[in-house]
Design a protein around this ligand. Sequence first.
Ligand code: GLC
Length: 440
Amino acid sequence: MWWEDAVVYQIYPRSFQDSDGDGIGDLRGIAQRLDHLVYLGVDAFWLSPIYPSPLADFGYDVSNYTAVDPVFGTLDDFELLVSEAHDRGLKLLLDLVPSHTSIEHLWFREHPDWYIWSPVDGPPNNWKAAFGGSAWSRDEESGRWYLHTFYPEQPDLDWRNPEVVTAMQEVVRFWLDRGVDGFRVDAVNAIVKDAELRNDPPASGRFPFPLVGESAELDHVYSANRPEVTHALAALREAAGDALLVGEVYLPTAECPRYLEHLDLVFAFELLFSPWKAGSLLAAIEPAAALGRVAWVLSNHDFDRLASRVGEENVRAAAELLLTLPGAAFVYQGDELGLPNGPGHHPPYDRAGRDRLRHPMQWDASSAGGFTTGDPWLPPIGPAERNVEAQRAEPGSLLNYYRRLIAQRRELGGGFGFLDSPPGTLSYERDGHVVTIEAA
Ligand code: GLC
């Protein structure tokens, strides 16, 4: 399959390239910059959500699954982007958000039974929302309480209702008909909840990833990750055919096999959250490599940027690791320039504090970095210091390092095995080549 060893570049559409001067990136802007992806040598790109959204969660609160938000353009612009991408041999992945809609989606009023409601007048259990507070809120209009795994503006769909399954299958087919090559499936471990709405037990302390606020006080064994999720995934697969499905499964690797029954890949989040220490990296990589079919990833639009997390001194080693492990690798836009976290915005756009990971791409040294002719929605972070134009011209730049690594991985076969390595280093053999990563 094309994706087995693919490099996929994540585009955050608001922040990639603006084409109409409104300070917000758009689809025509992305089409204008596809040559950057060709220069890097990636196989595919994933667009974070482009659907209409009231922006409570910046696009992850979808109010219409089969349209393009006017801020990004039109369906025609999308079709143009697909054909421009395919002309260059690039595949395109969309972000599928099946677990919840926006509270402003028409479905919430037209099909209330497509959502999960409390059987009592108040929260029926102790479930907590991922961004803090109870996972239950009162709908002022009906007076009933609905479930939301994330913000209150994101009511959860009821995947036990066959009409929801059919509706989401239609969404998948709608975009496949327009030429998309696959989907990154958002929050997929949370799409099916316990039928009896049992209380989540107190946290055992074993969950290895960041959780926010009260959500960290519980083990999410009933509010998410139910065995029945495989039925929902089978339905997505049925609609997707052989299009790529990459799951955002926010769980340790050991819990991922269930998801791989129907998804092609799951993100290797243990690697993303590993401290930059050889022993921790080894512990994160070993089980994921053994599982196979993981998408290696070191950063995305939700967590600290790679350069800020591992430190500037380690960005090259991180790139080498990401791009020499066996299997697909995801690169978040701007990591190839070494962009750090930015200042964000005051007042914040994202209540969970993620603005600072979403600053615009920097194409040249001008004050808006070539991102927009208008006022950028988030400011660029020192475009004179880091930009695509300058790094293309400099053979030893980080951008050209990514480019060389991507070219070299084309020559690598499948062989992979760890080697004994001195403390503070991680060594492995990939198809006869020895890779040594410094991580003291
Ligand atoms: C995923 C997205 C994140 C979003 C959440 C809720 O984790 O990556 O940005 O807030 O789902 O949709």
